[in-house]
Design a protein around this ligand. Sequence first.
Ligand code: SF4
Ligand code: SF4
Length: 415
Amino acid sequence: MLTNEQLQSAADKFMALTGGNLAPYLEACVHCGQCAEACHFYEATNDPRYTPAYKLFPIAKAWKRNKSPLNWLGLGRKIRSEDLEDWEDLIFDSCTMCGRCSAVCPMGIDISSIVAVTRQAYVAAGLGPKDLMQAAENVREHGSPLGLTSDKLVDRLEWLEDENDIELPLDKEGAEVLLTVSSIEMMKYPDSIVAMGKLLNHAKVNWTFSSKGYEATNFGFLSGKIDLAKLGLSRIVEAAEELGIKTVVIPECGHAYGVMRWSGANFLGRELPFDVLHITEFLADLKRADKLKLKPYKRPITYHDPCQVSRRGGAAEAARVLLDGFAEDFREMTPTANFNWCCGGGGGVQAMASAADLRHKVFKIKMDQVEATGADTMVSSCANCRLTMDESIAHWKWDHGLNSLVEIMADNLVE
Ligand code: SF4
Ligand code: SF4
């Protein structure tokens, strides 16, 4: 049972955040139910509780009681402890903030934005999955959700340079491009860090990593701890300013791209002093400029679109530019690109142990999609998707491969 103070904190946060563009969403739902079958959690379980519109409930009730123009009708009610507790798994474990429901909603309601602000109200009340909250706090204390401190970054880059006979520049003065990392890559998939370095070196890009602003993932945003979202962003912005960077490249991480590219300026309250590109966009520009020489990749592959790059990020085309003429037997999934199914672990869901069973159920949709293509391997350009899918592949003992787009490209460079 929550205390009155906790409930008031949540209510205050709800009210503080329901201005501007969010208010119409809270009045607009016509309960048509079209969003249900767009959501992978509903699709995988057939449980009506996972209907996306249902996630509006806690904040919409508070809105209708306090701020709605029709509040005199008494439609809303005070936020109750049981409301917040009952909705917690819907707001955290079963929303990857993928935006697929909004793509079909006839009223254009952006459920993922509502979920993001509802998470902030949960944080204000001291609620939220402990593992996700701890991952976010690690950003404050250790520079990254997975404890990738600046010292560890420097050590691991040196180790990767030695192991792979490659130059991975760090804090290079005069560099034009700052390449950021996802600590998921650095700790679990270091080959993708090497792959990005190989591709940029091959194309003779004047680039660097920074020991001050390196972590692209933003668990502050995912958890609803907005002070940490700003801290993560400002570390990169300050490092880029110090080095005089023109372009910040976000690695294979979906939400990192969305937070920096589409929300960064708003969070920080100022214009970003550089361009922001996802690694697939940056490489696509290099390929268009004929600066990447690749040997053909012959095995049948398909591509998993990370929601925050393709649907929410608007950059679905970049991966196709890279695959076109390189992957000779590339097979699109159905549905694909802007309407692809989520991996099941975005929006911080990957970091919640309580959501593991649900994630695995959702991954069955992806398995069916891939099998329908006949491809034996799926590639993607998000380390969080990759980790989610790797865990589910192991869970189901699925006999298909999974790789990163930058890795298969780097493995096929013409030296
Ligand atoms: S944003 Fe994605 S996960 Fe969340 S309710 Fe909508 S479809 Fe489901
Ligand atoms: S599709 Fe939109 S209007 Fe229809 S129930 Fe879902 S959120 Fe409400």
